[in-house]
Design a binder for this molecule. Sequence first.
Ligand code: NMX
Ligand code: MLT
Length: 430
Amino acid sequence: MFALREELARQFPGLRDEFRQFTQRHADTVVSEVTVAQVVGGMRGIRGLVCDTSVVDPDKGLYIRGIPIADLAHCLPEAIFFLLCAGQLPSPEALISLQQDLRRRAKIPAYVWDVLKAMPVDSHPMTMLSTAILVMERDSVFRRRYAEGMRKEDFWEATLEDSLQLLAKLPGIAAGIYRMRTRKGAPIPSDPSLDWGADYAHRLGLSDSEGNFARLIRLYLTLHCDHEGGNVSAFTCHTVGSALSDPYYAVSAGLNGLAGPLHGLANQECLQFVLGVRERFHGVPTDEQLREYAWNTLQAGHVIPGYGHAVLRITDPRFVAFRIFGEQICPQDEIFRIVEKIFEIVPGVLREQGKAKDPWPNVDAVSGALLYHFGLTESDYYTVLFGVSRALGMCAQLILNRALGTPITRPKSVSTAWLKAAVGQTQQAA
Ligand code: NMX
Ligand code: MLT
């Protein structure tokens, strides 16, 4: 036994009983109403899902287990995984034991490389990441133990086991995908003296004489770890997991959602937008030039990537944390300065247009500029980094859901005819 598993084994039985009693006692209490706008508008704002790993306050941003993300920016991502699962940061000993456990599991099966090598050369790095995870599903302990008749009380433990196997291997797989896609050479072996994030940075193979790239990768992995339960990737992972599909199936599915341009792929789109600005104006534009460029983008029917949010109504604190890093490390970098200029101008343009409910930058508005500064210029790789980090939250959510015995997800859909009848427009419900 190692500290995380021990801690969860201590907490979960009581948590499950308390949750069961609470839900039985208050089963009929109304906590949310549903309007037509919400039914047709992506269920925005409907409180219909429990997620205890993190909460997003529209006016304050992300809280991991009650702690604002800004206060956690200095933490190692593996410590954040402990926090997400157990509700507290690990002791130094518990952190070391988790790191050792991850190292012990880091070896990547040879068949993963065979599958990745066999994929078409123009496969998107996210397709490769999702495929690599799916192909490892054959090793799922959850699936094997379920087939053997595992008790429901033990589901979380098998989910933790699969999650640790997966998380241990993800940085190596993700770094290998980068090297393969960019023809930089063979995968770089793990350095067992490094933490989870620094080892990922090391295995990407970019030069990092001062260790700032490793700092950036750690920060990246910490900031993107989780964003409550209703975002596309977390909700997809939750839904797939609720069918008792194991973490390999569920995380791979979640990543397929993350790969969309309105979600995690926005970081790729964002860097392209910034590069487009640089090319058009041969450097940092004036305020007026950028205002016109932003308006042209909107008038062409495109979104401005990295701006707006489904829940947040402020500048994303994850954006702020990255910006502080950029101001310290590369304040004069041209790409970073364009990002700063966009931050000055675009919220005003979006407010003037009046469509976006949130005109402020989200996490994706700046992350790419920092990666670019360190020579990670291949923007179609950026969502992979997001995915490696978000796997922490997806796995933690799966573990908690299996501990609480969350049932299969199955909201009721309605037909348009039913909706019309419900508002009294027609008499007949279909
Ligand atoms: N640029 C242009 N239009 C926008 C933007 C934007 N950045 N954000 C929202 N709108 C539009 C949106 O397309 C919608 O238009 P229409 O009525 O014609 O369909 C209208 O404003 C209302 O949308 P909202 O209710 O404000 O936003 P919603 O909750 O539907 O969507 C996002 C949220 C994040 C999908 C949306 O703001 C967006 O597309 N942003 C750009 C892409 C992006 O940065 N995504 C990353 C999200 C964060 N992440 O890491 O996943
Ligand atoms: C996320 O980090 O998942 C994004 O900000 C999107 C969201 O929360 O909807």
